[in-house]
Design a protein around this ligand. Sequence first.
Ligand code: ATP
Length: 277
Amino acid sequence: MIEVKDLTKSYGNIRAVQDVSFEIRKGEVFGLLGPNGAGKTTIIKMLTTLSRPDAGRCMIDGFHVVEEPFEIKKRIGIVPQENNLDRELTAYENLLIYGMLHRVRDMKGEIRSALRMVDLWDRKDSLVSSFSGGMQRRLLLSRALLTVPSVLFLDEPSIGLDPQIRRQMWNVIRKTRIDGRTVVITTHYIEEAEALCDRVGILSKGKLIALDSPKNLKAMVGEYTAEFINNDGRLIQQVCRRREDALEMARGRDDGVTIRRSNLEDVFIKLTGERIE
Ligand code: ATP
């Protein structure tokens, strides 16, 4: 469905994306996870025709992203990181204008189903300026769904939302998977990647350093993490393959050791020595 090969992009002497390759299957929810500046948005921009790669190739549904941008645009929906809704218009009017620009045929029907998908149909006539942050992000998502795209790109879909509202957003995103739609999400929230994605590509400094299901990534580095404060007062997180190994680490420490299941943050730390969030 999506094929990315040796993708590379620099801004001056910043190497934003370096030789990144991956494939995404039809119907898959695929995540790009990494800290700020890792190159996630740059990859999304290249995949969605908004930025030209320096080198490498992206194909979507058999079409070349650089050479056939109109074919690509017909097939994709984008939820950008920045909120670019018109706050002085209603939810309905925002979708109507977008629909006219994109020549949506059954305008009324598609607006209704896109707003219903994100549970905003009842608020269709409210001004966007009266919406909470979470509602505005849901509206951005429904706008992207208006053209009934076969691939949906979500750039940090729940950025800035508090944890409870973020979970509501995840439920809405899960619903968008209908009819075998492929969903590509960038995030720096560990929980978001684990909650939504079938497979996750981990990015660090423009490079793809690991790619697999969350379960396999965690199994790769060790499923258990022992956490404790060392003699210098530093938090130590030691990833272990077996629970017994984690218990062994805890032995003899009476100052409190937590043994928990590893998460994708532990995977990132193990691979890079740095934290994501
Ligand atoms: P964030 O979550 O903060 O958006 P990201 O992983 O999406 O991070 P990118 O936005 O892709 O990262 O940025 C990757 C690198 O490229 C960063 O060092 C960033 O400063 C740089 N960069 C991105 N866009 C530009 C630009 N238009 N001009 C110059 N440098 C840029």
